[in-house]
Ligand binder design. Structure first.
Ligand code: ARG
Length: 267
């Protein structure tokens, strides 16, 4: 669908919603074009992480911030006609900072959850992940999430994994500000298992842990990642639309292949 048609449809929808709400003269203001929507700033700040392979991390050789999220948000911002700059911080700081409006945009493998949606607006999903349990190679005690009662399970502070462990298990939870510490604790035998997002566990195990970290059991929960904005941000619709365009024109698939080696599965 082309952009004009989409905007027209959107305005019609918006007007009927406003009409249904008893009317407001605000509908007249919504004719702005995507390029200038919310465009008071020259450069928008994107909050992200620097230790979440392969989505956003510092490349050891170049010292540059790289990853799937970085390439994706760069392409999406370009498509939306918006300039961005990155600021990196701990994941729980990203979630808090985007909710409070300290940052304009956040991309950090952030799962769209109902709780977060109270303070954050997300785009459509851009990646489908899920949580997976992993143990050190050779550990045959823990074969699935059913076996973690009384065991020490490491994860990252403020993540959906931490929430999952709290809500669904009787494990002793050890949450770290950076996930790499969690992995290292498992590899060193100080924690029995780690629960985290599947693509990160797999990538870390293959590239950093000599496959010494082994996933066990089924993938738990569906986790859709979305690009995040403070509630009510005018950038959200532009970015969502740009994301749709990149999914349609093959750019999204190219970036996906570059980082995951294969094209995304059709849903
Ligand atoms: N998907 C999980 C969540 O949203 C973990 C994300 C961690 N991302 C990161 N950049 N550290 O809670």
């Amino acid at each position: 669908m082309n952009r004009k048609l989409l905007m027209a449809l959107f305005s019609i929808m918006l007007m009927s919603v406003l009409a249904a709400c008893g009317g407001s003269d605000k509908a007249g203001d919504d004719s702005e074009t995507p390029a200038d929507a919310g465009g008071e700033k020259d450069v928008y700040t994107v909050a992200t992480d620097n230790g979440y392979v392969p989505f956003e991390y510092i490349d050891e050789d170049s010292g540059e911030l790289v990853g799937f999220d970085i390439d994706l948000i760069t392409a999406v911002a370009e498509e939306a006609g918006v300039e961005i700059e990155f600021e990196t911080l701990d994941f729980d700081g990203i979630v808090a900072g985007i909710g409070s409006g300290r940052f304009d945009i956040a991309i950090a493998g952030m799962t769209i959850t109902e709780e977060r949606q109270e303070s954050i607006d997300f785009t459509q999903p851009y990646y489908e992940a899920g949580l997976i349990l992993a143990v050190k190679e050779g550990n045959d005690d823990i074969k699935s999430i059913e076996d973690v009662e009384g065991k020490t399970v490491a994860t990252r502070t403020g993540s959906t994994s931490q929430e999952y462990l709290t809500a669904n298990t009787e494990a002793k939870i050890e949450a770290f500000p950076g996930i790499i510490e969690a992995y290292q604790n498992v590899l060193a035998g100080r924690a029995d298992a780690v629960l985290y997002d599947l693509p990160n566990v797999q990538f870390y195990s293959e590239t950093e842990a000599d496959n010494e970290l082994k996933t066990v059991g089924e993938k738990l929960t569906g986790e859709d990642y979305g690009i995040a904005f403070p509630k009510g941000s005018e950038l959200r619709d532009d970015f969502d639309e740009a994301l749709t365009t990149l999914k349609e024109n093959g750019t999204y698939d190219d970036i996906y292949k570059e980082w995951f080696g294969e094209a995304p599965k059709e849903k």
